[in-house]
Design a protein around this ligand. Structure first.
Ligand SMILES: [Zn+2]
Length: 63
């Protein structure tokens, strides 16, 4: 079966692919983040604790 990912609404070139993460107890968190496959675009959406955050670049916030 082919998986069809949504097109990136920003660059219309790449597609958004889901990324999974792992919780503290090893339980997988499906589709926590979506990232554009176009490296020149770099659009990404993350879902943290039910909130959607959009970043322009894939970087961790400095702390
Ligand atoms: Zn894009």
């Amino acid at each position: 079966m082919e998986k069809v990912y949504p097109e990136c609404q920003r660059c219309n070139t790449g597609v958004l692919v889901p990324l999974s993460d792992y919780g503290r107890e090893g339980s997988s968190i499906m589709y926590k983040a979506w990232v554009c496959t176009n490296p020149e675009c770099g659009f990404n959406i993350r879902i943290d604790n039910g909130e959607i955050s959009r970043g322009r670049e894939i970087k961790e916030s400095l702390k």
